[in-house]
Ligand binder design. Structure first.
Ligand code: UDP
Length: 476
């Protein structure tokens, strides 16, 4: 019999695609030849996404692993959309027939079909084809718990969340202020919200949910999910916390310029500011950051992106002359580096000179920071980042809080950034000391979890056994 394959259906954003590929590769390695990997690639909706995805796939193909990439036929993007999560969900849904045809055409048995969290509409395909299906959840367990809880919250809370009284109950988490809920649920009239409730319901029908977290990082949340406390007593699918799944590559032969700059800085002296694939600043906000950093007196490496060019969604490379206050670069040239395009964040976080991270709280960025033991200041901007920021401060304790004005497009004043950076980086701040201590502890926790015998290592083993047992059943 041909080797059974696990089919992955990732979405195109780097934070989703790379994380899922890496999880797939871990499963492949664990199966020791008992499974192969097939990745269904949707043609990304924009040119810049397509270029990025092609680059990633080329690198993977060159690695020589048993991974087949199957490119699905392109679909027309829906145009009558109001929000990004709605767009992704509907764009994916349009691939249902292509996915069905591609699975049916495979010449080896399909052991499992693993889909990104925005691809729950594909459950209809896997049911029709009687294929075991899993979700790969690229965000944390707290976000997954909220998703599961959302269909009930939809009935319990009849007003917009920012108009409700009291706190939101997400079992396993401390009471969540409504202002810390993910952006896509903050406007119930927006289809983004409807899609979140939809995905929250559909997760319940999968055979398992693989989460990029470690059991020790979110233990009470995972316990609440397992006890059915997020789903009104109804048992939720088995969760496999197999993280941190990080795509780490060996250090570049020619270190990046920002990394070489770090080589010349004292240990733990630099605060990194970086805001994911989608974060960018207007000149008004960039001025506040510049003044805050300058007044903090700390060394900094600031990855600064500008607003997207007309007709595009991705941030543009920053025009520093337009975005920064006059004379800022000259005045701070001994202490800081402003990098106007993407920088190698993982290599930077791994560098001994980095002592703190002002982050947009994308889940991958949080895990990367914890992996290298770097304490954070959360500055959430979009997606589920406000909930991640809350989790980081109030639940994990690896960060120093900062006031972010959600009503003013997540604006942060210079004085507040200065205060938070000082608290994070100064040796005599209690908040900073606590965040640093916790980050160091969680670094050890993360590394232990994925080692042989660790919780994530064991969860991956259980996932493999579950998939293999199904693959060996005669009807597969
Ligand atoms: N990233 C990077 N350089 C940048 C910005 C982002 O290497 O200048 C990487 C970062 O290390 C992480 C990913 O892009 O692996 C961003 O994922 P995350 O989930 O943090 O945020 P998203 O981009 O999905 O909002």
């Amino acid at each position: 019999m041909a080797t059974p394959t696990v089919v992955l259906l990732p979405v195109w954003g780097a934070g989703h695609l790379m994380s899922m590929l890496d999880a797939g590769k871990r499963l492949l390695a664990r199966s020791d030849g008992a499974l192969s990997l097939t990745v269904f690639v949707m043609q990304a909706p924009t040119e810049d996404n397509r270029t990025e995805v092609t680059g990633h796939i080329r690198r993977e193909e060159a690695s020589g692993l048993a991974i087949r990439f199957h490119h699905l036929p392109a679909v027309e993007s829906p145009t009558d959309v109001e929000g990004i999560e709605e767009f992704i969900s509907r764009f994916v849904q349009l691939h249902a027939d292509h996915v069905k045809a591609a699975i049916s055409a495979l010449t080896c048995p399909v052991a499992a079909f693993v889909v990104d969290l925005f691809c729950t509409t594909m459950l209809d395909v896997s049911r029709e084809l009687a294929v075991r299906s899993y979700v790969y959840f690229t965000a944390g367990a707290a976000t997954y718990a909220l998703f599961l809880r959302l269909p009930a919250l939809h009935e319990e809370v009849n007003v917009e969340f920012d108009e409700m009284e009291g706190m939101v109950d997400v079992p396993g988490l401390p009471p969540v202020p409504p202002s810390s809920l993910p952006l896509p649920v903050m406007d119930k009239k927006n289809p983004n919200y409807t899609w979140f409730v939809y995905h929250g319901r559909r997760f319940m029908d999968f055979d398992g949910v693989i989460i990029n977290t470690a059991a020790e990082l979110e233990d009470s949340v995972l316990a609440a999910i397992a006890d059915g406390r997020c789903t009104r007593g109804i048992p939720a699918p088995t969760v496999y916390p197999i993280g941190p799944v990080l795509s780490l590559s060996p250090p570049a032969e020619q270190p990046h310029e920002s990394v070489r700059w770090l080589d010349a800085q004292p240990p733990a002296s630099v605060v990194l500011l970086c805001f994911g694939s989608g974060g960018f600043f207007t000149a008004a906000q960039a001025h506040e950051v510049a003044h805050g950093l300058e007044r903090s007196g700390h060394r900094f490496l600031w990855v600064l992106r500008g607003p997207p060019a007309a007709g595009t969604r991705q941030p543009s490379d920053a025009n520093l002359g337009e975005l920064l206050p006059e004379g800022f670069l000259e005045r701070t040239k001994e202490k800081g580096l402003v990098w106007p395009t993407k920088a190698p964040q993982k290599e930077i976080l791994a560098h001994a000179a980095v002592g703190g991270f002002v982050t947009h709280c994308g889940w991958n960025s949080i895990l990367e920071s914890l992996w290298f033991g770097v304490p954070m200041v959360p500055w959430p901007l979009y997606a589920e980042q406000h909930l991640n920021a809350f989790t980081l401060v109030a639940y994990m304790g690896a960060a120093v809080a900062m006031k972010v004005d959600r009503k003013r497009n997540n604006f942060v004043e210079a004085s507040e950034l200065e205060r938070a950076v000082k608290a994070l980086m100064d040796g005599d701040s209690d908040d900073g000391r606590k965040a640093r201590g916790t980050a160091t502890e969680l670094k050890a926790v993360c590394r232990k979890a994925v080692e042989k015998g660790g919780s994530s290592y064991s969860a991956l083993g259980r996932l493999f056994e579950d998939i293999r047992n199904q693959a060996e059943r005669p009807n597969m």
